[in-house]
Unconditional design. Structure first.
Length: 159
């Protein structure tokens, strides 16, 4: 797990600041608002997962999650998130993709949600209790990217 955290830390450190392509005219905004927007652009131009890591890299042994009496440290959460992100990339997901997530409220949901954020993908969260027709409609409307192996399994079960 230590190796994963070191690798995650190095990759986050190597992330370049990605500037927005579209620049906004801030001349009509108050100096206070301009300063806040500038601070966000310069220091917070990264994903939620990276923000959580940067804010808690000195608290790795503290509890990040509590689930059914089990405490999960930031160290464990970041390591699992990184493993999930690597798996998503291996499945073919990339920045800008929409990832369907049909999962209940468990630590694995947090890992998956943060992992999608880490690779720059969007999460399309649906509940396992949703009606089959509604799930199909939602996945079609949102153009969520479903790996081909999953598509085969889904189509076999839906019929």
């Amino acid at each position: 797990m230590e190796e994963l955290l070191v690798q995650l830390s190095e990759e986050i450190s190597a992330l370049g600041k990605t500037s927005s392509k579209k620049k906004y005219d801030a001349s009509n905004l108050s100096p206070k608002v301009r300063a806040a927007l500038s601070e966000i652009e310069n220091n917070r131009n990264h994903s939620l997962a990276v923000e959580l890591f940067l804010r808690n890299k000195d608290n790795l042994n503290k509890s990040a999650l509590k689930y059914r009496g089990t405490k999960i440290t930031y160290k464990e959460m970041f390591a699992k998130t990184y493993m999930y992100a690597k798996s998503l990339k291996q499945m073919g997901y990339k920045k800008g993709d929409e990832i369907p997530m049909c999962i209940t409220n468990t630590p694995e949901f947090i890992y998956l949600f943060l992992a999608s954020s880490l690779i720059g993908a969007r999460s399309n969260i649906v509940g396992p209790w949703f009606a089959k027709e509604y799930l199909i409609e939602t996945l079609n409307k949102t153009k969520s990217k479903i790996p081909s192996k999953c598509k085969m399994k889904i189509s076999q079960k839906v019929k």
